[in-house]
Design a binder for this molecule. Structure first.
Ligand SMILES: *Cc1c(COP(=O)(O)O)cnc(C)c1O
Length: 389
């Protein structure tokens, strides 16, 4: 079968080309170009933040956030176990101790109720990561942080255009970050941004991003920085993408709504994502599904079956407390996160990029249905005839 539906395809049909041509014709291609500042202002304004600092990707945005907050070895930071390694890596590299929290089965977000019992005198910050198109329940998290005098690092990499109680995600952290990888609602190919309202933190991030160059003596440094700069070419694409964010969110929600309709009949086999909470409406960064565990096969087997039918999928995040690299470092000892373990075994997400057509969506839904039937029949017969008879 030749058909292949990728899990994501970015759409770059706005002003991307026009702005890129402007860069090329003017010669402004480095981080010095005007699109970088424009992009920072657009997103800061959209998110309701004072400052945006564009960087090379979302992972280094987190790195910068942690460096700028001055977190150091021996400090503890609370974060969800169900997330990408970019959240834990900058902590572990500095000898900061990551303390993980399990997630909720229906929203995939970190369990707020579990946070307080993990706070110790060494805890310095909580990292809130909005996962798969829904937000963390921020109000109780922020008030806990206030109560214990902790910083909030907000990872809104998957949450452009998502609001919590009417306020944009990316506006809640002492420092917040975005990613602009091609599967995000705004892409620059590779890219990221740090956002904050704190002038001093913003200045620190700007300086760290640019090798801590100083204005007085160009190649004399008093501090150690990084080259995490974003190029004008990336920012040009970002400005065009930001211009169509509202439309993107509308389209993604439409894709989500159609899947909810088309897959409604499969609820015997799978759990569909939560569409609405009283504090947010899903922006369907991806369309995640979780298999019921009663059928005896995991997401891996479903992914393989779908692949033979030309449907691409992605597995869920692999929990931080199970990551071999961290287990070998003796981190996360005694962590108990059964929900994250469950969804990482039984969850995957199906194609839902902006480039997905209605007929593609119909095809994916049909193939998912057939794949589930094929796997359940297969498993049942294997159970009935254990010797393969
Ligand atoms: C994508 C993502 C990142 C990392 O962003 P990159 O730009 O790929 O480095 C960080 N956190 C979350 C939650 C993400 O989804």
């Amino acid at each position: 079968m030749n058909k292949f539906i990728p899990v994501n395809e970015p759409v770059l049909n706005g002003n991307e080309k026009k702005y890129l041509i402007e860069c090329i014709e003017s010669g402004w291609i480095s981080s010095e170009g005007g699109f970088v500042i424009k992009f920072e202002q657009l997103l800061a304004e959209y998110t309701g933040r004072k400052y945006g600092i564009a960087v090379a990707n979302g992972s280094v945005a987190l790195d910068l956030a942690i460096e700028a907050l001055g977190l150091t070895a021996g400090d503890e930071v609370i974060l969800p176990t169900f997330t990408i390694i970019s959240c834990a890596a900058p902590l572990v590299r500095r000898g900061i101790i990551p303390v993980c929290i399990d997630c909720d089965l229906s929203t995939f977000q970190m369990n707020i109720a579990d946070i307080e019992k993990h706070i110790t005198p060494r805890t310095k910050a909580i990292m809130a990561v909005h996962i798969y198109g829904l937000p963390v329940d921020m109000d109780p998290l922020v008030s806990l942080a206030k109560q214990y005098d902790l910083k909030v690092i907000e990872d809104a990499a998957e949450a452009h255009g998502l609001s919590y109680k009417g306020k944009q995600c990316g506006s809640f952290g002492d420092v917040s970050i975005f990613s602009f990888y091609p599967n995000k609602h705004i892409t620059t190919g590779e890219g990221g941004m740090v956002l904050t309202d704190n002038l001093e933190l913003a200045a620190t991030c700007r300086s760290l991003r640019n090798l801590c160059f100083e204005s007085t003596e160009r190649f004399v440094h008093h501090k150690l920085g990084f080259n995490y700069r974003m190029s004008n070419l990336q920012a040009a694409v970002g400005v065009a993408q930001a211009e169509r964010l509202k439309e993107t969110v509308t389209q993604k929600r439409e894709i989500g709504r159609k899947y909810q309709e088309k897959l409604h009949g499969l609820k015997k086999y799978i759990t569909l994502p939560t569409q609405k909470l009283d504090y947010a409406e899903n922006i369907y960064w991806v369309f995640p599904i979780v298999l019921k565990d009663s059928f005896g096969f995991s997401a891996k087997e479903l992914a393989a079956e779908l692949r033979t039918r030309g449907v691409d999928t992605r597995p869920f995040f692999y929990p931080m407390h199970l990551q071999p690299v961290f287990v070998n470092m003796n981190l996360f000892r005694g962590a108990c996160c059964p929900n994250a373990e469950f969804i990482s075994t039984y969850g995957l997400y199906i194609p839902s990029g902006l480039g997905l057509s209605e007929s593609d969506q119909e095809y994916v839904s049909e193939q998912l249905h057939e794949a589930l039937i094929s796997l359940t029949t297969h498993e049942t017969s294997a159970m009935e005839f254990p010797n393969g008879l």
